[in-house]
Design a protein around this ligand. Structure first.
Ligand code: 5RP
Length: 213
């Protein structure tokens, strides 16, 4: 039981409550912090319509808690997206994807009116890059993408025994200097075979809630 993750989730519920009504769809991220958020969200399921999920894990959790889950293609508006992060810098750029769900997370975050990030204090950093940067790659492009990542100064490592919800693999980039998160996010995504990387600089949270113990 993590009090800080729970407290961040409770604060997020208080923040979104005045924004939602019976027609509202809420975007929901992935991870251990979000699992606490889903538990809290289930307590107010009678005051909103449903959710769009960023992963199979969160879908399962929400459905078993009685929250209706909609396909992104079937909704017109997502009022707010709530998700965790692996690192948050002082400008609110993020590294995400520790759970390998960052591609869908970035899509749902981008499709939402507002992005609220919930973290505990351990996620706050001055500069991103201590946490290995996840890159989702098509299996057939893995070696080529890895060589291109080495050229831009990173050390890619294949995440073993892991496939994303989309059936792709993850390369975790270690030792990469992240001086300009937006530049690096775009540079990596330009490598053919990359689905998306875990830098959220182009799609930063509008609000970061830091849960205290
Ligand atoms: C999953 C993510 C998560 O938000 C991130 O890994 C943080 O997870 P946790 O709340 O378990 O620390 O990006 O892809």
């Amino acid at each position: 039981m993590s009090n800080s993750k729970l407290n961040a989730s409770i604060e997020a519920i208080e923040y979104i409550k005045p924004k939602i009504d019976m027609g509202s769809i809420i975007g929901v991220g992935t991870g251990s912090t979000v699992n606490y958020f889903i538990e809290e969200l289930a307590k107010i399921k009678h005051i909103f319509k449903g959710a769009v999920s960023s992963s199979e894990a969160s879908t399962q959790l929400m459905e078993s808690a009685g929250i209706e889950v909609f396909e992104l293609n079937d909704v017109n508006e997502i009022i707010v997206y709530v998700d965790g992060a692996d690192e948050v810098d002082t400008s609110h750029n993020l590294i995400k994807g520790g759970g390998g769900a960052h591609t869908r997370e970035k899509i749902v975050a981008s499709a939402s009116n507002e992005f609220v990030c919930i973290v505990d204090e351990s996620k706050l950093v001055k500069t991103l890059g201590n946490f290995p940067l996840p890159v989702e790659v098509m299996i057939k492009s893995r070696s080529y993408v890895a060589r291109e990542i080495v050229k831009i100064g990173g050390s890619p490592e294949l995440r073993t025994d892991f496939l994303t919800d989309q059936g792709n693999q993850i390369l975790d980039i270690k030792d990469i200097k992240i001086e300009n998160p937006l530049d690096l996010e775009q540079k990596i995504n330009l490598i053919p075979g990359v689905l998306d990387n875990g830098l959220f600089a182009n799609c930063k949270p509008n609000k970061v809630i830091v849960g205290k113990d």
